[in-house]
Design a protein around this ligand. Structure first.
Ligand SMILES: Cc1cc2nc3c(=O)[nH]c(=O)nc-3n(C[C@H](O)[C@H](O)[C@H](O)COP(=O)(O)O)c2cc1C
Length: 398
């Protein structure tokens, strides 16, 4: 059985590291050679996730600088494993010393202990949101490969507490989202959301919300029925993130309030001869396969478990104790979940694009050019390899 630290089918990545270890890292394998990669774009996404960004995120100060250790040379992939390391710099493990013996409500310490009998409790160890920086780094590569194929991924905070932005998914744009600290799609909702977060923070508490991700320009035909349906894989990928308690696609849970006549998306043929739907209640996936409309998914993000408000809980000796968190934490994690959710969606889509390319029946001119470029790059690598072997053989005097 594949270890559960590894993700992907047509390509894969494995992450390693804990919140308070020396480094965290990711290794991606199966990315084709000769693909241009903009490392600044990866760092840009890491900066959107990193702590200490604003008054609504934890003040832990981590620069989250990505060190690309292998697999990218002169701005292009080499076809070999890509390793990215991030150094942990602002560990304050003493902040966590008192909690070693306490079962923190809403945290993974008790369940990890049940499973492994040992747990690096500092900062949440492996269960910490810190691990998600690596998914953002891997997703940064996936996003760039998808952008080459015309797909663009936009995430934002749809709701915080009971404040919900009613802006239509079609109207959201990345610039407005990034212009406010909560990553709401419109300024008026952002202001109200920030007030809700600050009010919870003032009470030593936290608040949850809904993060939405939209994929524009997703090609039709992605998804592997039955057990790797695109929507099933998206749900799985997003539910692997800490604090995610619900998933929906398109109309999701609201569709139960509609009749079939209201919920079905009727088809029409556009000026290019493509079949489209007049509405998008399905959120871009039918029968587990993308239909070419925007993919729209939403996840429920629980209020962060670490709060400074005192609670009663048990310690490992079974005694009831008063407990209050002293470390540094997010009063609402939605703004930091946004780039992580985008990354997970990108990684799922890239996997499905690569799976689809294995069975594709017909290709566009652009796709054929891309395939030829990949074959050229692979042939160059093989020729280099052949030359090295020949030289080795000559050196052996054979
Ligand atoms: C980007 C990100 C940041 C997070 N930051 C925090 C945090 O500051 N405080 C906290 O209590 N939980 C945080 N979490 C959530 C915990 O990791 C998670 O709630 C915990 O491991 C228990 O898992 P569960 O909520 O999925 O059951 C974060 C999660 C993510 C994805």
């Amino acid at each position: 059985m594949q270890s559960s630290n590894t993700f992907g089918n047509a390509f894969s990545f494995v992450t390693f590291g804990e919140s308070h270890g020396a480094y965290i890292g990711v290794v991606l394998d199966g990315i084709k050679p000769n693909i241009p990669i903009n490392t600044e774009a990866i760092q840009h996404d890491l900066n959107r996730r990193k702590p200490g960004q604003s008054s609504v995120t934890t003040p832990r100060n981590e620069p989250d600088s990505a060190q690309i250790v292998s697999g990218i040379y002169n701005g292009k992939t080499t076809g070999t494993p890509i390793c990215i390391l991030i150094k942990n710099q602002d560990q304050r493990s003493k902040d966590y010393g008192d909690i070693a013996e306490i079962l923190r409500p809403g945290h993974a310490s008790h369940t990890y202990l049940q499973k492994y009998g040992v747990f690096d409790y500092r900062g949440g160890g492996r269960a910490s949101g810190r691990e998600t920086a690596l998914r953002v780094a891997a997703g940064g590569i996936a996003k760039q490969i998808l952008a080459e194929r015309g797909a663009r991924i936009i995430g934002f905070t749809r709701q915080v507490g009971d404040v919900r932005s009613e802006i239509s998914t079609d109207a959201v744009d990345a610039k407005s989202i990034e212009s406010n600290i909560v990553r709401a799609p419109d300024a008026a909702s952002a202001e109200k959301m920030i007030a809700v977060i600050h009010a919870a923070q003032a009470d030593g508490d936290s608040v949850g919300g809904v993060v939405e991700v939209v994929v524009k320009g997703c090609p039709a035909g992605l998804g592997e029925p039955i057990y790797h349906k695109l929507d099933a894989d998206l749900a799985h990928a997003l539910m692997t993130l800490g604090a995610i308690k619900g998933f929906e696609i398109g109309n999701g849970f609201e569709s139960v309030l509609l009749r079939g006549s209201e919920n079905n998306d009727p088809y029409f043929q556009d000026e290019h001869g493509n079949f489209r739907t007049t509405t998008n209640k399905a959120g871009g996936v039918i029968g587990g396969i993308s239909n070419g409309e925007d993919i729209v998914v939403r996840i429920a993000v629980k209020p962060a478990s670490s709060i400074t408000k005192p609670v009663q809980t048990a310690n490992r000796a079974g005694e009831m104790v008063d407990f209050k968190v002293e470390g540094r934490h997010d009063p609402c994690i939605c703004p930091r979940v946004v780039p992580v959710a985008e990354a997970m969606v990108a990684l799922v889509l890239l996997d499905h694009v690569l799976l689809q390319e294995r069975i594709a029946v017909s290709s566009t001119a652009e796709q054929l050019q891309q395939k030829l470029a990949t074959i050229d790059a692979e042939m160059q690598l093989l020729a280099m390899q052949k030359k090295l072997y020949e030289e080795e053989l000559t050196a052996l005097g054979a």
